[in-house]
Design a protein around this ligand. Structure first.
Ligand SMILES: Nc1ncnc2c1ncn2[C@@H]1O[C@H](COP(=O)(O)OP(=O)(O)OP(=O)(O)O)[C@@H](O)[C@H]1O
Ligand SMILES: [Mg+2]
Length: 398
């Protein structure tokens, strides 16, 4: 389940009453300027009214009774998770007509039902529709439709069979085995690609709520970003930032954003650094159950990250040393760069993607090398693996 509501930073700027539109191509690659003339999929200029947003979006408008049937009356045993805005239920619809189907038949969906009364919840609901209704990318979760009926506000997404990254990293139990190093890096790359796509828009889309509970996983551990309720258009023209009141989640929000409310894409990069650190360490961004001095992951880990020989102190013991030391050092260095206090010193998302892609390349090369070696009857790999940490006393082989 996601960070509790109290962890969320709730204040919102009075000026953030508009919901901006974007001009994007359906393939999610070419984002054009606000004129939309070069785009294959242009939209009316901003700001748009609620009616316009809902009508022009390419989404199915579900009736409440349809979603009630699809989720078997929002049965408690079909709850997939709960967040600050309500519960998420599993449901079934016919894949062509999108009408409710018998449980276990047709297409599986995830239905988020807002239990927050009032304007704020509605505004985030609408922002989500505005962005996700128009942005298409393999690393963004697909929004199928919505329901607006009386006081009901629901969102209907593609179902992500492996749930959230948060559950895999922090939940214990037979259902959640520790994620391997290569899966962690695969997920980090997928999430980075999602963010890079948002930042490639003109103006950039600033996601503002990058955290492990918002990274959802399909059956192959492909990562998709969800929850666009806090997303905002970035600065335009010669402006360096947009001014907002601070929103997001404690532990992930960039320090300069918390202090000033000045929002830039670099705030997302900081949050990425926090998430990468969570993946490397298996520790939560904020964990009050740890000894004092270790509550705040970034503060605790930074001194270790700065020293190549001490980074193993940060690495998740559940990895049991199954990583290549050079990769671990490079990913720790990448996290440190993203967490730079000075926003300008943080890399762009494209640079982050490039770095993480190299990890995948070297993994593929290692696999190939291993295959060849096995074929020749060799048993060793030529890639150096770390000899530490060794959490349990196991006999060392020469
Ligand atoms: N499309 C989906 N497919 C499968 N599971 C989902 C889907 N969307 C959400 N979930 C599950 O429901 C949980 C709750 O999601 P939700 O976005 O409401 O809250 P959160 O991200 O955990 O927390 P917060 O409200 O702080 O953002 C997720 O963590 C995930 O486990
Ligand atoms: Mg979420």
């Amino acid at each position: 389940m996601g960070a509790c509501w109290s962890n969320r930073i709730k204040a919102e700027t009075p000026s953030h009453t508009e919901v901006n539109s974007k001009n994007v191509s359906r393939d999610g690659k070419n984002l054009s300027s606000s004129s939309g003339k070069t785009s294959s999929f242009s939209l009316p200029p901003t700001p748009r009214s609620e009616g316009e947003i809902l009508q022009s979006s390419n989404l199915k408008n579900f009736s409440f009774s349809d979603l009630k049937t699809a989720t078997r009356n929002f049965r408690p045993d079909s709850v997939l998770g709960e967040g600050g805005f309500g519960s998420v239920f599993k449901g079934w619809v016919d894949e062509h007509s999108l009408t409710a189907s018998r449980p276990g038949t047709g297409m599986v969906i995830a239905v988020k039902r807002l239990n927050q009364e009032g304007f704020q919840g509605h505004k985030e609901w609408l922002t989500e529709i505005n962005y996700l209704g128009q942005l298409y990318h393999p690393n963004l979760v697909k929004l199928i439709g919505y329901c607006l009926e009386d006081e009901h506000r629901l969102l209907v997404y593609e179902f992500m069979p492996r749930g959230s990254m948060e559950n895999h990293l922090f939940r214990r139990g037979s259902h959640f085995q520790p994620l391997s190093w290569s899966l962690r890096m695969k997920i980090a790359l997928g999430a980075a690609k999602g963010l890079a796509f948002l930042h490639s828009a003109e103006p950039k889309v600033i996601y503002r709520d990058f955290k492990t509970s918002n990274i959802l996983l399909d059956s192959n551990y492909n990562a998709k970003l969800s929850d666009f309720g806090l997303a905002r258009d970035g600065p335009t023209g010669d402006k360096s930032h947009v001014s907002t009141r601070v929103m997001g989640t404690y532990g992930y929000a960039a320090p300069e954003y918390l202090a000033t409310g000045h929002l830039t894409a670099k705030s997302d990069i900081y949050s990425f650094g926090v998430v990468l650190l969570e993946m490397l360490s298996g520790r939560r961004a904020i964990d009050k159950n740890r000894p004092s001095g270790e509550h705040n992951l970034v503060e605790w880990a930074k001194p270790y990250l700065m020293n190549k020989r001490r980074i193993f102190r940060v690495l998740d013991p559940r990895l049991e040393g199954q990583y290549s030391l050079p990769q671990a050092q490079r990913s720790a260095a990448l996290a440190l760069q993203c967490l730079a206090m000075e926003p300008k010193c943080r890399p762009d998302m494209d640079e982050v993607v490039k770095e993480l892609e190299q990890f995948q390349d070297s993994r593929n090369m290692r696999k190939k090398a291993q295959k060849e070696h096995h074929g020749k009857g060799h048993f060793h790999s030529n890639v150096r693996r770390t000899s530490y940490p060794r959490p349990s006393a196991s006999p060392l082989r020469g």
